[in-house]
Design a protein around this ligand. Structure first.
Ligand code: NAG
Ligand code: NAG
Ligand code: NAG
Ligand code: NAG
Ligand code: NAG
Ligand code: NAG
Ligand code: NAG
Ligand code: NAG
Ligand code: NAG
Ligand code: NAG
Ligand code: NAG
Ligand code: NAG
Length: 491
């Protein structure tokens, strides 16, 4: 559902399919049975039907204005004058109207569509309309196409229209930014795109992307032979609207071995408190992220649906941070900011745990077992854990009989390749404190922090017991046979 609020008219656009207005109307009616008096029972607006337009402030309707409409823009506006909220949508296509004083649109999904209105010159009202998706996770589509006299250019960054991250303008007198589909084939000096970068099963001349500074919308690169994203040389500003929708999708690009997107400072998300997601899936088997890139992605608050990647040998520019590769607690230096490798704390390692006091990033799994530790305070500096091997759980706390508290309350995020699992078993105090149902190692204050620390907990302290012999082997040998055992307990 898309909702748009404009100067006088609030419009809730709900998804409806092009060309099947009756079905769409039924959808509107079904969805909003509450107030039948305010339902417009027709779709096409003409001199007959406009008489039945409900004189309500909130009207439920799909309004279609096209070449069959025998009314002027002013007459239509007058008929709709009492409405300040519309739930539904408006389609205006092939009409003779000259001014966008009511909404003119053609619609395929959720959004607002204005198409082939030969005399349309003034849509300044568009910037007074605020379109936002009601229940849908992405942004509303706005398409303004083939209106030969219409100059969109000045409007794109005006008013609420500036918030749109899925705005397509083609075939008008002047358009907003450039269309990726067009610059793919012809050289243009393109510095902004208003409907993202979508490269789906196309081969493109990437040199045409080198001036793009501003991307409004998602980056979606699928089924291409691209090797990395370094072609977005000038990329600097990124605006999206996302609530748990994927805004960075790299999928089925068999030649992609590196990420190499230029660093940006932040992603502007027009959905308040919305969670933006990334998905790196089915790329070249050697696809790797440098630690520096991984940290950049963590800073962007961009959790992954899948992260089918490994860490590159070269950590990249990690600034002053001290990187340690883990072999054992005994061999670990004192002052690591970053630990790379599965961190195993076992019996006898207790006194070495102060070496972890500076650790901010753990790029590996966290395994604590058979220790005499009473707390995990030495991990308090650790903000992020990233484990890129799904063969074993990202966290294993097993048989730490003296632990009084297993919480990792300072952790911001847990990133995994895909599966998000933890085994908690035989830590008796933990069980006594939290009981079966509330196996939760993290403190979550926001929906975001809850999302990025959510794990599937298993093991005796949290529910189904895992065979202890197998588990200890998992931790020390990590063989694939044992994975089967784990999966058995989880599902
Ligand atoms: C629309 O139809 C519904 C029932 O289908 C009816 O209750 C309602 O009064 C009608 N509204 C108008 C404005 O005709
Ligand atoms: C208006 O549209 C309705 C429904 O599509 C149709 O029945 C009616 O004949 C039209 N009236 C005019 C004047 O075109
Ligand atoms: C639109 O304009 C054309 C040409 O001026 C005219 O033939 C047609 O009847 C007009 N259509 C409407 C719905 O007014
Ligand atoms: C665009 O509108 C004009 C006149 O309004 C019409 O003749 C033409 O067929 C329309 N084009 C499309 C593709 O609908
Ligand atoms: C465009 O339409 C708006 C009302 O929607 C009006 O205020 C404005 O003056 C018009 N602009 C031009 C250039 O006609
Ligand atoms: C890509 O575009 C640039 C600039 O237009 C041109 O110089 C270059 O030859 C093109 N490369 C290919 C492979 O078409
Ligand atoms: C392309 O545009 C950028 C800024 O928009 C400008 O700095 C650059 O000189 C332009 N390049 C060409 C070849 O026009
Ligand atoms: C990509 O496009 C080609 C032809 O254009 C088609 O044969 C192929 O099946 C497409 N691949 C995917 C994954 O859609
Ligand atoms: C990135 O991709 C380009 C082609 O787009 C290629 O020339 C370059 O070698 C790649 N860089 C790395 C580090 O793989
Ligand atoms: C995950 O770990 C297992 C066991 O150590 C290893 O065999 C496998 O190659 C690793 N997978 C990846 C993707 O690194
Ligand atoms: C915890 O779960 C076990 C079985 O999984 C059950 O026997 C026990 O009663 C549960 N304890 C609590 C406190 O719910
Ligand atoms: C780990 O398990 C594999 C397969 O079960 C086995 O071949 C290997 O010898 C084991 N390694 C160690 C160090 O026990």
């Amino acid at each position: 559902m898309c909702i748009s609020i404009c100067f006088f008219v609030y419009i809730f656009l709900i998804p409806f399919s092009l060309g099947n207005y009756d079905k769409d109307l039924k959808h509107v009616l079904d969805a909003y049975k509450k107030n039948p008096d305010c339902v417009f029972n027709y779709t096409h607006v003409n001199s007959t039907t406009i008489k039945f337009f409900p004189q309500c402030e909130m009207v439920y309707a799909i309004i279609v204005i096209n070449s069959d409409t025998d009314l002027s823009g002013a007459q239509i506006k007058n008929g709709l004058k009492n409405m300040n909220t519309l739930v539904g949508g408006i389609i205006i296509e092939n009409s003779n109207i000259t001014s966008f004083s009511i909404l003119t649109s053609e619609k395929t999904r959720d959004g607002l569509f204005i198409k082939n209105n030969s005399y349309l010159t003034n849509v300044s009202m568009l910037s007074n309309i605020r379109l936002y998706p009601g229940n849908s996770p992405g942004d509303c589509v706005i398409q303004v196409k083939d209106n030969k006299l219409l100059d969109m250019e000045k409007l794109c960054d005006n008013g609420w229209l500036a918030e749109s991250t899925d705005l397509t303008t083609t075939g008008n007198l002047k358009n907003c930014g450039c269309q990726i589909s067009e610059i793919s084939s012809s050289a243009q000096n393109c510095s902004a795109t208003y409907n993202g970068i979508q490269l789906l099963n196309v081969s493109v001349n990437t040199s045409h992307f080198s001036n793009i500074k501003l991307v409004k919308g998602i980056i979606n690169i699928q089924d291409t032979n691209l090797q990395n994203l370094s072609f977005l040389k000038s990329f600097q500003y990124w605006t999206v609207r996302s609530d748990k929708s994927i805004i960075l999708n790299l999928q089925n690009n068999p030649e992609m071995t590196r990420f190499l997107l230029p660093k940006i400072w932040n992603i502007e998300n027009n959905a308040p408190d919305g969670i933006t997601l990334a998905n790196f899936e089915n790329l070249h088997p050697d696809f790797c992220l440098s630690l520096s890139e991984m940290m950049f992605l963590l800073e962007l608050n961009l959790p992954f649906v899948n992260l089918q990647a490994k860490f590159c040998e070269d950590p990249g520019d990690i600034g002053e941070l001290i990187l340690c590769r883990f072999s054992s607690m005994y061999d670990l230096p004192n002052n690591c900011d970053i630990v790379l490798g599965d961190l195993k704390i076992e019996k006898g390692d207790e006194d070495d745990c102060t070496k972890l006091n500076n650790m901010k990033f753990l790029f590996g799994a966290l395994i604590v077992q058979n220790t005499e530790l009473t707390d995990l305070d030495n991990l308090a500096a650790c903000k992020h854990i990233v484990s890129l091997n799904d063969s074993y759980p990202v966290i294993q706390f097993i048989s730490n009989k003296k632990l009084k508290n297993l919480e990792l309350r300072y952790i911001y995020s847990i990133t995994t390749r895909g599966k998000r699992e933890a085994i908690i078993q035989d830590n008796d105090l933990f069980k006594a404190e939290l009981g079966n149902q509330s196996c939760q190692l993290f403190q979550s204050y926001t929906e975001y922090s809850e999302y990025v620390t959510r794990l599937v907990y298993t093991g005796g302290d949290c529910g189904a017991r895992v065979d202890i012999k197998q588990i200890s082997t998992i931790s020390t040998n990590l063989s694939s046979i044992l994975v089967t055992v784990l999966i058995f307990f989880i599902f």
